[in-house]
Design a binder for this molecule. Structure first.
Ligand code: FNR
Length: 384
C-alpha cells in the first residue's frame, strides 16, 4: 500500500471512530490535495538527522560525540529502553498536572535545558536564540561557562528563566566574578560542574584537532606537560573550593556530574541544595554506568535531604517518567535542543521541548498517574 493511502486510511478510520466533523473535513482536504505528512519531525530523535544535514561535519561531531569508545553514550539510551512501564487503568486522567516546585521555583513541567558550550557552532544566533526558544517553551535554560555569548546579553535576548553553570576558573577572582555576574544577570541557581577536572578522551574531537583549542595553553610544569591539563579547567577543585563558593554565592548551589552515592551524600552533608546525576552526556569518562542506572543508589544515599536531578539520554516522555519514578525531581536535556537549534533556531528549541512535554503528558495519562507527585516505582514493571 502506498504511504499516502495508508495515511488517508488511518485518518479516515480515526475520524469515523470519533465522528469528528473537523477531522472528517481535514481528511477530505488531505485526500483532495493528495497531501502527505510533511517531513516535520514528529519526535525529538527525528531532529538529529536534520541537524546533521545542516551542520559542518566538525560541528556535528562536537555535538554528538561521546568519550572514547562511546560505550556509555550508547548505554545512556539502552538503559532507559530496558526499563519497562506498568500502566494502571481506569484512573480519571482528564487533567494531567506536570507542575512542580524546584529549588523554590515553580515550574510547569520537569524538564530543563542542560548547559552546553559553543552554541554558535550550531546556529549563528547562538545562546540568545536558545534563550528565545526557552522563553517561548517556558523552560529554564542553564547557561554554560563555555557560552559564545556573555550571560548579560543572553538575559537581554529573552526573559527566559536562567540558571548559570560554572567551571571553576584557576583564577579565583575570575571565578567569583563569573558567579556574581551571573547573579546580577538574574541566574536563579548556580550549577557547578564537578566532573571535568581535566581534558577528557574524545576521539572525534582529537581527529579534528579541536582539543588543541584547550590544550594549546601551557600545562602545569609540575605535571610533566601531560596532555590532560589545560588552563581552562582547574584540576585542584575540591570540596573546600565548593565551600568557598558557597560562602559568597547568593543562590542555591547544585553540583553537576555526580554518579557515586558517596559524593551525593557528601553534597548533602555540605549543605548544598542538590545534585545533578550526570555523566556529562557520556562525554567524559567512558564505561561509567548510564545515569538512569546510577540514580537509584544516589536517591537512597541522600534519603530526601537534597534535590536530585538527572541528565543523559533523555529523548522521550517515557524517559522523563522513568527518571521521576526512580527519584529524580526533574531532568535536563542536552543534545536534543541543540538539534532543534541547528534545524530551526529558537522555533526548533521550542518544538523539541513541546514534543517532550506532550509525550510526558501522554505517558502519565496512559500510565494512570496524572499528577507528578503520584509517580513512583509503582509506575515501573517490578522486575528490577
Ligand atoms: C555539553 N555538556 C556540558 N556540560 C557542562 O556542564 N558544561 C558545558 O559547557 C557543557 N557543554 C556541552 C556541549 C555539548 C555539545 C554537549 C552535547 C554537552 C553536558 C550537558 O550539560 C549534559 O550533561 C548532557 O548533554 C546531557 O546528555 P544528553 O541529553 O546530551 O544525552
Amino acid at each position: 500500500m502506498e504511504r499516502r493511502e495508508l495515511v488517508t486510511l488511518l485518518v479516515g478510520t480515526l475520524a469515523g471512530l470519533i465522528g469528528s466533523p473537523s477531522l472528517l473535513a481535514q481528511t477530505a482536504r488531505a485526500q483532495s490535495a493528495g497531501s502527505i505528512p510533511s517531513p516535520t519531525p514528529v519526535n525529538v530523535l527525528e531532529f538529529e538527522p536534520l541537524a546533521r544535514q545542516r551542520l559542518s561535519r566538525m560541528a556535528y561531531d562536537y555535538l554528538s560525540q561521546g568519550a572514547a569508545d562511546e560505550i556509555t553514550l550508547r548505554r545512556n539510551r539502552e538503559a532507559f529502553d530496558a526499563i519497562r512501564l506498568k500502566p494502571r487503568v481506569l484512573v480519571d486522567v482528564s487533567r494531567v498536572d506536570t507542575r512542580l516546585d524546584l529549588l523554590g521555583q515553580k515550574l510547569d513541567f520537569p524538564i530543563l535545558l542542560a548547559p552546553t558550550g559553543g552554541q554558535r557552532l550550531m546556529h549563528p544566533g547562538a545562546e540568545p536564540e536558545t534563550a528565545r526558544g526557552a522563553h517561548a517553551a517556558g523552560v529554564t535554560m542553564v547557561v554554560s561557562t563555555g557560552s559564545t555569548t556573555r550571560i548579560e546579553d543572553i538575559a537581554r535576548a529573552a526573559p527566559a528563566r536562567l540558571w548559570f553553570q560554572l567551571y571553576v576558573n584557576r583564577d579565583r577572582a575570575v571565578t567569583r566574578d563569573l558567579v556574581q555576574r551571573s547573579e546580577a544577570a538574574g541566574s536563579r541557581v548556580l550549577c557547578i560542574t564537578v566532573d571535568t577536572p581535566v581534558i577528557p578522551i574524545r576521539d572525534r574531537e582529537k581527529r579534528w584537532g579541536m582539543q588543541s583549542l584547550y590544550a594549546g595553553q601551557p600545562t602545569d610544569p609540575a605535571n610533566r606537560q601531560s596532555p590532560i591539563y589545560t588552563h581552562a579547567l582547574d584540576p585542584t577543585v575540591t570540596w573546600e573550593t565548593i565551600a568557598w563558593i558557597r560562602s559568597f554565592a547568593k543562590t542555591p548551589i547544585v553540583l553537576k556530574g555526580i554518579l557515586a552515592p558517596e559524593d551525593a551524600r557528601r553534597a548533602a552533608d555540605e549543605g548544598l541544595a542538590g545534585v545533578i546525576v550526570s555523566n556529562h552526556g557520556a562525554r567524559n569518562l567512558d564505561t561509567t554506568p548510564a545515569t538512569i542506572e546510577a540514580l537509584p543508589s544516589v536517591v537512597a544515599a541522600v534519603a530526601g535531604r537534597i534535590t536530585i536531578l538527572l541528565d543523559g539520554g533523555v529523548r522521550r516522555g517515557t524517559d522523563v517518567l522513568k527518571a521521576i519514578a526512580l527519584g529524580a525531581r526533574a531532568v535536563l536535556i542536552g543534545r536534543p535542543y541543540l538539534w532543534g537549534l541547528a534545524v530551526e533556531g529558537a522555533a526548533g528549541v521550542q518544538r523539541v521541548v513541546e514534543i517532550l512535554r506532550g509525550e510526558l503528558e501522554a505517558a502519565m495519562a496512559l500510565s494512570g498517574v496524572p499528577r507528578l507527585e503520584q509517580i513512583n516505582r509503582q509506575a515501573l514493571w517490578p522486575d528490577r
